[in-house]
Ligand binder design. Structure first.
Ligand code: ZN
Length: 431
């Protein structure tokens, strides 16, 4: 039975990943699921008043989302059971004036977003997606999402014949080596990226009232679909596992949790670039929503102290070909369960109290649990966990699904781990 459930869960996860090439698309995919399950939209510009017990969601910048369930009981007593994740992933973003015309090829200038592993971006069939702001016939600014879906760009490698040392020490100049090829330039023709976007939008919705594209946030993504991989289907291979996998796990756990309790899911944009933005975890989004759900200052602070956050973000699994990169006692294995991440220097927010709560949740569900601590001679990554813990004062544990090839264009997780974490988080939302 578990196997059947796990298959269904993984199929749905793969579909979610495929439908969510950018944070804007991830948020809209999550909204679809939430609305299907009775969650009502709130707008930050409206007066909320005292909200009746029910299920709600609110977005900011179309790229971050908070969904929550409100109980009848006092929030200061119960606090919120919170799960946090992030909607963004390292990628290449198209520059504002991207047009490049070189050697009869039209290319797009790109910026690197976040700590992307750049080598895997070469020789892939890439597409474009994101948000477009345009002027309508009433001279009003409107915005919409766009997804080209088909492969429209590629970054060819330099042949090894022209760089005999490529396998030893090829380095990438992000300014000059990354602009993708988009089309072969026709004699006398000129190309404008905003016009290309406009044509795509009209092709997608012929009735769209669009006069001109003003600006955009467009990124490149790999068109290869997420897949279950391995002789025994042991692996999930996909782009954006960090951290859409956790967004999806949190979302399904919230939907299947106890909706009469105070549960909350926050999925923030801009984690990969430090979380400092209107919609990032360092911004005011979560705080502002929580303030509006509390009755007064005292109530707000009591509510925070009664709450707990599980910050879910992928953990580095031990790589069999590079096992020396892990501490021997703290090398999480694929398909061996979720990982508690700890760091003495507070790059992770876990402490003995919060990690024990998570460990007990796992034990109760017969889910194995692993530990990660970075090697003492290496620097440690971070997550939204310490940011939320420090800005709100909510006790937090950092956990995640063991993953290989993190920040590559295609990452690898175990096919059992996402389902196991989902079981644990669903329990947390019933606690
Ligand atoms: Zn992450």
């Amino acid at each position: 039975m578990t196997n059947q459930h796990q298959h269904k869960f993984n199929d749905d996860l793969l579909e979610f990943l495929d439908k969510s090439p950018t944070p804007f698309h991830a948020v809209s995919t999550m909204i679809e699921q939430l609305e299907k399950n009775g969650f009502q939209a709130l707008n930050e510009r409206d007066v909320w008043g005292e909200l009746p017990a029910a299920c709600y969601y609110v977005t900011r910048n179309d790229s971050s989302i908070i969904a929550f369930t409100l109980p009848d009981s006092d929030l200061a007593e119960s606090g919120f059971n919170m799960v946090g994740a992030h909607t963004d992933s390292p990628c290449l973003k198209v520059k504002p004036q991207p047009e490049q015309n070189t050697e009869s090829l039209f290319q797009l200038g790109v910026e690197v977003y976040g700590g992307a592993l750049l080598n895997p971006w070469f020789d892939r069939d890439l597409s474009l997606a994101g948000r477009v702001t345009y002027l309508d016939s009433q001279q009003q600014l409107q915005h919409t999402r766009v997804d080209f879906k088909k492969a429209v760009a590629t970054i060819p490698s330099l042949a090894i014949h022209l760089d005999r040392d490529a396998n030893k020490n090829r380095t990438i100049n992000a300014q000059t080596h990354l602009p993708p090829l988009v089309l072969q330039v026709k004699e006398g023709a000129s190309y404008d990226f905003r016009t290309i976007l406009q044509e795509q939008l009209i092709a997608d919705s012929p009735m769209l009232d669009i006069v001109s594209v003003v600006d955009y946030e467009i990124s490149l993504y790999d068109t290869q679909k997420p897949a279950i991989v391995g002789l025994n289907d042991d692996f999930i291979s996909s782009a954006r596992l960090d951290n859409l996998l956790s967004c999806y796990i949190g979302l399904t756990a919230l939907i299947n949790g106890d909706n009469t309790r105070a549960n909350l899911l926050v999925c923030s944009d801009h984690e990969e670039v430090g979380s400092v933005s209107t919609s990032g975890a360092q911004g005011s989004f979560l705080e502002s929503v929580l303030v509006r759900l509390s009755l007064n200052n005292q109530h707000y602070h009591r509510m925070l102290q009664s709450s707990m956050m599980i910050s879910a973000d992928n953990a580095h699994a031990i790589h069999p070909n590079y096992a020396e990169k892990h501490d021997e006692q703290h090398g999480p294995k694929l398909n061996h369960g979720p990982v508690i991440k700890t760091n003495a220097n507070q790059r992770y927010a876990s402490n003995s109290v919060t990690s024990s709560v998570f460990r007990q949740l796992c034990i109760r569900d017969n889910v194995p649990v692993q530990d990660f601590v970075v090697r003492t001679d290496m620097g440690c990554g971070s997550t939204i966990g310490p940011i939320i813990a420090s800005t709100l004062g909510v006790k937090t544990v950092d956990i995640g699904v063991p993953t290989l090839a993190m920040h590559s264009i295609r990452e690898l997780a175990g096919s059992q781990d996402a389902y196991m974490l989902n079981t644990v988080l669903t329990q947390f939302y019933k606690k």
